[in-house]
Structure formats: C-alpha cells, structure tokens
Design a protein around this ligand. Structure first.
Ligand code: ZN
Length: 84
C-alpha cells in the first residue's frame, strides 16, 4: 500500500509518530477520539494524521472514559482537535 504523499512536493511522507490522537468535536461537544499515525513530508515538513484503526478509541457519550483518555493524551501533548 502506498504511503501518504505530499501533493505539493510529490514525495512520499514518512511516519513521524505512531499513536497520534485525533479528537472530533461536533456541535461543541466531544464526539470521538481516534488513534492514527502522524506522517511528515521530508521536503516541506507538512504533517498529516492517517492510518486510523477500525473504530474510535472512545465515543463522547462514554463521558468518564473519554475524559480520562483525553486527559492522558493531552498530558502527552498528543491530541489534535478538529470541529466536524
Ligand atoms: Zn511537501
């Protein structure tokens, strides 16, 4: 399977971190935490998160577990939050 590609540089990206966490926020509420890999372009250093597992690590309705997992990952400076 091809690696993620930087369109601007036309180069394959390199995995720079495994277990990078993406938080999806919907209607101002935590929705899901996903674990993926962070990839970086060797030329321009653009970074993306890709290669997620089959399911979210935790869902927002599971409030206690969600809060604990998010707190741990935030302490590791490992969370990227986006609004969907
Ligand atoms: Zn690039």
């Amino acid at each position: 399977m091809p690696r993620p590609v930087c369109v601007n540089c036309r180069r394959e990206m390199r995995c720079s971190k495994t277990g990078r966490v993406l938080e999806l926020v919907s209607a101002e509420r935590p929705y899901q935490l996903w674990s993926g890999d962070e990839w970086k372009c060797p030329v321009c250093e653009a970074r993306v998160i890709a290669g997620y597992g089959q399911a979210a690590m935790v869902e927002g309705f599971d409030e206690d577990r969600y809060a604990k997992m998010k707190e741990y990952e935030e302490n590791e400076k490992n969370v990227v939050s986006i609004v969907v």
